[in-house]
Design a protein around this ligand. Structure first.
Ligand SMILES: Cc1cc2nc3c(=O)[nH]c(=O)nc-3n(C[C@H](O)[C@H](O)[C@H](O)COP(=O)(O)O)c2cc1C
Length: 179
């Protein structure tokens, strides 16, 4: 399978994760560039879409879309990307470094609800969704503490232990997907 990683990141964790995926799979990577990149406006759902991708999506068997979750939402830069290229996407894997832990994935701000929305927009084209809650890199006792995980960003020093194991499993799953 020849995938392309596309990502949007505000504070860097999803950029780090996207790069790690593309390095591990030795595949191309491109950043999603909103026409208006203003975080506060995104939170109010005010956005002007995204600039065209430089890569040709039709050259790839699958897209690995990586980005954060804010306020329980599939955020405007990612949503604009999916809507703009929906017809050209063959298969999509959605990956997020988010705040919500696995245990709370189906709560109001959980990543599970966003996964359902991505699946609803893309139907059978969405073949896999995977969350890497940032709390995975925190010590026990802080893993679900919003104050702690809001201040934490993925980097080479903290990407080890459970998050690395889950990342290796995720890469394994991708290798096993039919081409
Ligand atoms: C304003 C704001 C709202 C957030 N809301 C959620 C949320 O509803 N659910 C969640 O899982 N994470 C939430 N997060 C956590 C981010 O998804 C997490 O910090 C992510 O790693 C940031 O990615 P980035 O470093 O690539 O920008 C929120 C973060 C911010 C700043």
């Amino acid at each position: 399978m020849k995938p392309l990683v596309v990502y949007y990141s505000n504070k860097g964790s999803n950029k780090y994760l996207a790069k790690k995926i593309s390095d591990t799979l030795s595949c191309d990577i491109e950043e999603i560039r909103p026409r208006l990149n203003v975080f506060m406006l995104f939170l109010m759902n005010i956005h002007l879409g995204i600039k065209p991708l430089k890569s040709n999506i039709e050259d790839y068997d699958a897209l690995i879309l990586c980005g954060p979750i804010w306020m329980g939402k599939f955020i405007p830069p990612l949503r604009s990307f999916v809507k703009k290229y929906r017809d050209k996407i063959r298969k999509l894997i959605f990956v997020t470094c988010c705040g919500s832990p696995y245990k709370k994935k189906d709560e109001k701000f959980g990543h599970g609800l966003v996964f359902k929305e991505v699946e609803r927009i893309l139907n059978e084209k969405c073949i896999l969704c995977q969350a890497f809650p940032v709390g995975l890199v925190l010590p026990d006792g802080q893993k679900e503490d919003p104050d702690a995980f809001m201040k934490t960003h993925l980097n080479d020093d903290n990407f080890k232990g459970e998050i690395q194991e889950r990342f290796d499993d995720f890469i394994d799953k991708i290798h096993k997907l039919p081409s």
